[in-house]
Ligand binder design. Structure first.
Ligand SMILES: NC(=O)C1=CN([C@@H]2O[C@H](COP(=O)(O)OP(=O)(O)OC[C@H]3O[C@@H](n4cnc5c(N)ncnc54)[C@H](OP(=O)(O)O)[C@@H]3O)[C@@H](O)[C@H]2O)[C@@H](O)CC1
Ligand SMILES: Nc1ncnc2c1ncn2[C@@H]1O[C@H](COP(=O)(O)OP(=O)(O)O)[C@@H](O)[C@H]1O
Ligand SMILES: [K+]
Length: 502
């Protein structure tokens, strides 16, 4: 699914109104009905619904929802923020419809003292500001938001929690952003919902389709993609009946050192389960029997050093190279990594200690085969490019790194992001906090390597690998719980994940 800025979403709204065609007021009614249907199944008519309403279309949505909920026999009260402006257009029509319906108590709030008396079971509906927010909240809106945030009541935000910008929140005042328990957002997730520091504002968010015009969505350009099943299933060519192991490439994995051979085992299994034809795992001498026993499907190339990576085999047979998990930072290994980069001609995926070594001198990134992949977690990313003030800035740095060095940068976390040298940015939609567990990233490196070795184009390989890794984690968590999930479970469920994407 393409993701858009709030400004672009307003353009798609306009396109829908003109080309469906549908009247603005009817599109608002449609959006409101989606929210009302959601509310009816979550709350009971014992609970009062208190609507906080702002001056724009977000307020207009809230007014329409209040009328619909009153028709569903909910007790609804409306508090319109008096900012000295008259309601106009569809919000004004919805105000008059409420007056005519006569079921909902209507009040205006012009100062904080007029905040209503509340019951703990009251549900607050936030229709103060949505995607039309132009500046941080201050004055009365900020005070009302502050008051709502102090109270224990359940809060449902319509479209966007009031005060949160749809994309960049640098310079926003976090004290005056509404903290919702649920955010019901229209048609597309907003980009700011994908950033960890905003979870306390959005709460759980859900996308409600409102039938925006497919033509408008298609013609609006966007470099940002929220990766879902339909984006991934088209990336896998069918395995031809006459295919043989050579068809699916030969991966070279360089991983592990004394005390960290588990990283090699996990990455090897991930790689093999991703459908590579052949895998050679290159390990220090002490790792030989570990790999032969734990992963009999892999061939082993043995380093002359007992404990660490110091040399690599002839590169000719390999269609992709993965390096990093558990290799350590010793001088010998650093030197060997540099030599490998000088010689390699097939796509590489670099993770963990390989990235820590390269962060000493980013000049090495220029020497990587084109479209190689860096797969840092936030700590490794910081070592590469320095501190970031917030997730927006981190993403900007990620995109710049990808462009400047002609590499694909995968920044791992919840909603892992992938930046490509041509300026595209992907956010992954799968995965769960159970995957924040040792070895989970090693497994992912193996999966990426497996897909690269199969000669799937590198950007597609990373997007698919991250999606499948998260999906396997979700399937595993459904059976084993997030708490008990370990990296090996992700590998065990990878087959089921592949079945889901066809
Ligand atoms: N378009 C459609 O068809 C559909 C749209 N939909 C709904 O519309 C919402 C977007 O509506 P919107 O564009 O009217 O903006 P909205 O968020 O209500 O706020 C704008 C108002 O707030 C004001 N204002 C801004 N910042 C401020 C601040 N810091 N402090 C104080 N005031 C501030 C700004 O006035 P300003 O002072 O900036 O001139 C303006 O008056 C969207 O989220 C969704 O819910 C759905 O119904 C589906 C169909
Ligand atoms: N809260 C989360 N939600 C979804 N995925 C997560 C979450 N936390 C971690 N992950 C995933 O788990 C993996 C962790 O990778 P990494 O930090 O490199 O682990 P390790 O170094 O232990 O192998 C990444 O793929 C990341 O996206
Ligand atoms: K809102």
């Amino acid at each position: 699914m393409k993701l858009f800025t709030t400004k672009q979403i307003a353009e798609i709204d306009k396109f829908t109104i003109e080309n469906e065609p549908v009247a603005d007021i009817d599109l608002m009614e449609r959006a409101a009905m989606q929210v009302s249907n959601w509310l009816v199944f979550r709350f009971t008519t014992e609970q009062r619904m208190l609507f906080f309403v702002g001056p724009g279309n977000n307020g207009g949505d809230a007014l329409a929802i209040a009328r619909q909920m009153a028709d569903f026999n909910f007790w609804c009260e409306v508090f319109l923020l008096d900012l000295g402006k008259e309601l106009k257009g569809s919000p004004a029509i919805n105000w008059r419809r409420l007056e005519k319906q006569g079921k909902v108590k209507l009040a205006k709030i012009s100062k904080l003292d007029e905040f209503p008396e509340i019951e703990p079971t009251d549900v607050f509906l936030d229709g103060l500001f949505g995607s039309g927010l132009t500046r941080p909240l201050k004055g009365l809106p900020a005070e009302i938001v502050g008051k709502i945030n102090e109270l224990p009541n359940t809060v449902v935000a319509i479209d966007v929690p009031s005060g949160l910008m749809g994309e960049n929140n640098t310079g926003n005042n976090f004290e005056s952003i509404l903290k919702a328990d649920f955010t019901l957002t229209f048609q597309f997730p907003k980009i700011s919902f994908l950033f960890a520091e905003h979870e306390k504002f959005t709460g759980q968010w859900e996308v409600l389709p409102i039938g925006l015009h497919p033509g408008g969505i298609k013609k609006t350009p966007s470099d940002v993609v929220f990766v879902e099943k339909e984006d991934v299933e088209k990336l896998f060519p069918a395995r031809s009946k006459f295919s043989h192991k050579g068809t699916f490439g030969h991966a070279l994995l360089i991983a592990g050192s004394y005390g960290k051979m588990g990283a090699t085992v996990l990455a090897s299994k991930g790689c093999l389960r991703a459908g590579t034809g052949l895998l050679t795992a290159h390990v220090p001498r002490l790792g030989y029997s570990i790999i032969q026993t734990a992963v009999p499907e892999a061939m082993v190339s043995i380093d002359p050093h007992d404990l660490m990576f110091t040399e690599f085999p002839d590169l000719l047979p390999f269609s992709a190279i993965g390096i990093g998990p558990g290799i350590g930072l010793k001088n010998n290994s650093q030197k060997a990594l540099h030599e490998l980069i000088e010689k390699a001609e097939v796509p590489m995926v670099l993770d963990a200690d390989a990235l820590n070594i390269l962060s000493e001198d980013l000049g090495w990134l220029k020497k990587l085969p084109v479209n190689s992949i860096l797969a840092p977690h936030p700590g490794e990313f910081r070592r590469l490019v320095g501190d970031s003030e917030n997730s927006w800035e981190r993403i900007e740095k990620q995109r710049k790194l990808a462009k400047d060095y002609n590499v694909i940068v995968l920044l791992k976390g919840a909603f892992s992001s992938i930046a490509t040298p041509d300026g595209k940015l992907y956010f992954n939609s799968t995965g769960n906090p159970g995957m924040a567990t040792a070895g989970s990233g090693d497994t992912l490196t193996g999966i990426i390597l497996g897909l690269l070795a199969r000669r799937i184009p590198p950007a597609d390989a990373v997007v698919a690998a991250v999606y499948l890794h998260g999906l396997a984690g979700d399937l595993a968590a459904a059976e084993k719980s997030e708490t008990a999930l370990i990296a090996g479970d992700v590998i065990d469920f990878l087959g089921k994940a592949f079945l889901e994407v066809g």
